[in-house]
Design a protein. Structure first.
Ligand code: ADP
Ligand code: MG
Ligand code: MG
Length: 254
């Protein structure tokens, strides 16, 4: 079953073309990784999928579960099961983590035609999910991400993901700034959430994360396109060769 199908996708930021024809197909049960140099368009691609208003789609299509995703508002995309974990999670003073999670959780439930949960019932559910990211329940009472360490913020993102049970989870450089212990917790969290019915897109600059989250497919983004795809061995190859060889390849193609 195809979850996401991207064809010839082009997009601008501030009138500048950034995505220049992205093609990608993701099926249920698969984990895909996108690697690539800084500035190659990886974050732009994840933001276009989530529907971020600063990113203007100029061509191509994104089909999500058989429907045209580009017709849908960002909140509808989220409620229909697309989850984007951020590289720099927001801090929201005055909003408790628990309340924030409950609102997001109930929005998804409502969309699925399920009854919304009150704080009491919701707390029970969150407490089960805390184990996925080995988080202390005390975090639930604190303001969203305020004063959280880098690792705690990322774990909190995975906690949100665990609660929302996305169909397509996108992790954009979730590994940046994480020490090895936090990296393993985050990676284990993702591994626990992967099922035959959902899919993950893991965006990373470094191969290191892919030692813990094993992708079925690795893609290389270069200048707004996916220029090479392969299996997990491609990540190791890139680690050894660096990204510079892509410049030579690009010259040859011109
Ligand atoms: P990556 O995630 O691969 O590092 P990005 O998608 O963040 O790459 O960036 C691709 C290009 O788009 C870069 O040249 C970047 O400067 C530009 N870009 C991204 N977001 C914006 C923005 N909001 N405003 C202006 N330029 C942007
Ligand atoms: Mg799998
Ligand atoms: Mg990026």
């Amino acid at each position: 079953e195809v979850i996401l199908s991207v064809r010839n996708l082009t997009a601008n930021v501030d009138g500048t073309p950034i995505l220049k024809g992205v093609n990608l197909e993701i099926k249920a049960g698969e984990v895909h990784a996108i690697m690539g140099r800084n500035g190659s368009g990886k974050s732009t691609f994840s933001k276009v999928i989530s529907g971020h208003p600063d990113y203007e789609v100029t061509g191509g299509e994104i089909i999500y579960k058989g429907e045209n995703l580009l017709d849908k508002e960002p909140d509808e995309r989220a409620k229909s099961g697309i989850f984007l974990a951020f590289q720099y999670p927001l801090e929201i003073p005055g909003v408790s983590n628990l309340d924030f999670l409950r609102v997001a959780y109930n929005a998804r439930r409502k969309y699925l035609g399920l009854e919304e949960l009150d704080t009491f019932d919701f707390e029970e559910i969150v407490e089960e999910k805390l184990e996925v990211v080995q988080m202390n329940p005390a975090f639930l009472g604190r303001s969203l991400n305020e004063g959280f360490s880098g690792g705690e913020k990322k774990r909190n993102e995975i906690l949100q993901m665990a609660l929302l049970e996305p169909t397509l989870g996108i992790l954009d450089e979730i590994d940046s700034g994480l020490d090895i212990d936090a990296l393993k917790i985050v990676a284990n969290g993702v591994n626990q959430l992967a099922t035959p019915d959902n899919a993950f897109l893991v965006i990373t600059h470094y191969q290191r994360l892919l030692n813990y989250i094993t992708p079925d497919f690795v893609h290389v983004m270069y200048d707004g396109r996916i220029v090479t795809s392969g299996g997990k061995e491609l990540a190791h190859e890139l680690e050894n060769k660096g990204y510079d060889f892509l410049d030579e390849q690009a010259l040859v193609e011109v």
